[in-house]
Design a protein. Sequence first.
Length: 268
Amino acid sequence: MNQELINTLKKLDLTTYEAKAYLTLNSIITGTAIEISKKSQIPRAKIYDTLKTLNKKNFIEIKQEKPLKYTVIPPKIAFTQHKQELIKTLSKTEEKLIEIHEKKISQIQAPVWLIPTEEKITNKEIELIKSAKTKINMRIGFLTENELELLIKTFKKTKQHVKIKILANKEIYTNKEKINIIQELQSAKIKNLKIQETNLPFVKLIIKDKKEMFHIYAKQDFELKTPIIDSLMGVWNLYEEVTENYDERFEKQFKAKERKTEKIKILK
């Protein structure tokens, strides 16, 4: 019997016997308890309770005949329901753990961490955007390869009530490629995102919900105008007073850029 399939079925809250019985019934479609016991090698003393529980978990149906007949519920139907329940359970657990984590981490003295390497920095960026509850403010002075594509994909998955504001340099270089980040983000048509052009140094900043901020620094290859990847370093900061101060400065700068943009439109 396929042990890999049994292990996978056990992840759907099935016991080993239940997984074996369900796997067996998929191969014979319907059968008596004795037939299922023989084919699955489940002891007769255990087979009736196993099948009864499988029925309660909506993996099989029981036909009231003599002897009782057990019919498999097709995986496409059975799995859909159980996958949805599993996803709901995982989502609730994730939300509770995030809440516990955020409450406790804010109590730690000197909550500032250095995060090295491109992969870890990118993961932290995406994590902050995904976990935002009210807003994300970003300054983008440079991008790494494929980062813009990943950011757009993540932005599109944020909830509509999470407001995203971005101040960015108009042109950014990655691997000798010039990107017009303003144009790219506007053409992505992300409803809860606003972007304004400005002149920024070679640095990135993410501010999440006025509670966390993440600075990303890199040395610049002045000839190629690209970041030197090996020099990337992120500073994750959970000092709320400091973060609120940066957020206020960001909002003032963003509003000023919006007013300037509107004036230019009127003059045109």
